[in-house]
Design a protein around this ligand. Structure first.
Ligand code: VG1
Ligand code: CO
Length: 543
């Protein structure tokens, strides 16, 4: 077996977005594409020599082939060892946990997360650091720079490794340890939550539906919910991971998880429903007849986390991405703990978690997590909800109603306009940005604009600055519009419009969010001239 040095050339567009590099699968399968990016990762982190990494992915199409290539490149770059999930499958939070548990130098995760998978759909690769969290911007920028100057990569010509068999092996002198994908993650969950209490709740007839959407969480959810917690067999649906997710769009929101929504809103609905995304870091939570928006879920979890053993000491602080509603801030204020507002993307939570400033983090995009790993964690959020339900012995609807009565309600919605021509979306955002300075004091839809800016973030731990993280328009009544373009899509541009309006109560706490937000929605369309720029009047996805 020998190490081959292959001559290559830079390939345009290998710039990591909100969460790693995502492209259409055929692009990733193109000559040198994956190899150039993986070599650039190794180069950007100071080489792989002597290092230990974790490797796994969400099992989508090309996951198996990409894993073999990455292992052979790690070996050729002198890595000491790679810990791989069986069949190269690991959920994103499980990969983060393995990086931390084994004190490795980082890990490579193969996933395009909530994007569809298959030969014509999406694939992705991202690098996580030794803390288990996504590489920060300085590192992803170094990777991108490297892709623009790369001239060669190194790869072993060894035969493929059998990743189906758990145990130790080697490739070209590098140790490879194939581990069960679920065991260590499930053990971590047992340390955080009151499994006996949740087990007793299921034994008492509590019914649940978990939709794994034919993605990576199937085996994790089946082991934890059905085998360890005693939920009825069949609680987990779409529980077998498939390379194309069975044609499903593994994005747990009311639009794409419509089967779960229909069941939870129907007659004889279970007590609790949840869904997760392609790589298992997202969660949607639904009670019988009641949908819980992710921003509200973060707030409820923050207010009740102390009911779970892993958080009984209380929380150091709560962090949310800027577009996420301020519902969690109200809880942080009531608890007298820190609150943080970061740009979109989990990589911005890493420093706050490492520094012990934040314990819980969340995004409006169905992401919730804590300092137990350095990624958002879908199943973790579901288990925390179950722990809270087991202790409070109330329905999800009652818990939500009590929460709103205590804190008021931040009506919230995100409207996505997908596959807009990139030049049109860019022109719209440019015009909107140019108008911001003059917006203060203007009145729109009967609401006065208190201020408008382009969100910039200074990391309180390392002082790094991230500019242009989304346009904010704030109104004097506390309502808010945020607009930004997606950094995870692979086709054209996706405009995300985030809408928020606060109602203190006690009246008006159970309105339909779209109706409560109607003036804010109209204001967003008027201020950004969405129809004039894009031709769109209605969003493609409403969450
Ligand atoms: C989206 C979400 C963001 C999330 C990111 C990765 O990014 O808005 O909150 O962190 O996806 O999630 P964007 O740039 O498209 O808005 V995942 O589950 O796809 O890793
Ligand atoms: Co994901």
């Amino acid at each position: 077996m020998t190490v081959l040095t292959i001559a290559t050339q830079p390939i345009a567009g290998q710039k990591p977005g909100t969460s790693g590099l995502r492209k259409k699968t055929p692009v990733f399968m193109g000559a040198h594409y994956l190899e150039n990016f993986v070599q650039s990762i190794f180069d950007a982190i100071g080489g792989a020599a002597g290092k230990t990494f974790v490797l796994g992915g969400d099992g989508r199409y090309f996951n198996d082939r990409a894993a073999q290539t990455i292992l052979k490149m790690a070996a050729a770059n002198g890595a000491a060892k790679v810990i791989v999930g069986q069949n190269a499958v690991l959920s994103t939070p499980a990969a983060s946990h393995l990086i931390r548990l084994n004190k490795t130098d980082g890990g490579i995760i193969m996933s395009a997360s909530h994007n569809p998978g298959g030969p014509e759909e999406d694939f992705g690769v991202k690098f996580n650091m030794a803390n288990g969290g996504p590489a920060p911007e300085a590192v992803t920028e170094a990777m991108f720079r490297r892709t623009t100057e790369i001239t060669e990569y190194r790869i072993s010509d060894a035969a493929d490794i059998d990743l189906g068999r758990i145990g130790a092996t080697t490739v070209d002198g590098m140790a490879v340890e194939v581990v069960d994908s679920v065991t260590d993650y499930a053990a971590l969950m047992e340390t955080l939550f009151d499994f006996p209490a949740i087990r007793a709740m299921f034994a008492g007839g509590f019914r649940m539906r978990f939709d794994a959407m034919c993605a990576v969480t199937g085996p994790y959810a089946t082991e934890i919910l059905e085998n360890r917690l005693g939920a009825a067999k069949g609680t987990v649906t779409h529980g077998t991971p498939l390379p194309d997710f069975g044609g499903m769009h593994p994005d747990p929101n009311p639009t794409w998880a419509h089967e779960l929504m229909a069941e939870m809103m129907g007659a004889d609905a279970p007590d609790f429903g949840a869904a997760s995304d392609g790589d298992g870091d997202r969660n949607m939570v639904v009670g019988r007849g009641v949908y819980v928006s992710p921003s509200d879920s973060l707030a409820v979890l923050a207010a009740n986390a102390h009911l779970a053993p892993g958080y009984a000491r209380g929380l150091a602080g709560v962090a949310r991405s800027m577009p996420t509603s301020a519902a969690a801030d109200l809880v942080a204020d009531a608890l007298g703990i820190g609150k943080y507002e970061t740009p979109t993307g989990w990589k911005f939570f890493g420093n706050l978690l490492d520094a012990g400033r934040a314990t819980l983090c969340g995004e409006e995009s169905f992401g919730t997590g804590s300092d137990h790993v350095r990624e958002k964690d879908g199943l973790w959020a579901v288990l925390l909800w179950l722990n809270i339900l087991a202790v409070r012995q109330q329905s999800v609807a009652t818990i939500m109603a009590e929460h709103f009565a205590r804190f008021g309600r931040n009506y919230y919605s995100r409207h996505d306009f997908e596959a807009i021509a990139t030049d049109k979306a860019d022109a719209m955002m440019a015009e909107l940005r140019a108008s911001l300075a003059g917006l203060k004091g203007q009145s729109v839809e009967g609401m006065e604009i208190a201020g408008a800016d382009d969100f910039a973030y200074t990391d309180p731990v390392d002082g790094s600055v991230s500019q242009k993280q989304g346009v904010r328009i704030l109104f004097t009544d506390g309502s808010r519009i945020v607009m930004r373009l997606s950094g995870t899509g692979t086709e054209g541009a996706t405009l995300r419009v985030y809408l928020e309006r606060y109602t203190p109560g006690p009246e008006g706490l159970d309105r339909d969010p779209q109706e409560a937000l109607a003036p804010v929605i109209r204001a967003a369309h008027a201020l950004a001239k969405i129809a004039a720029h894009t031709g769109r009047t209605e969003p493609d996805v409403v969450t």
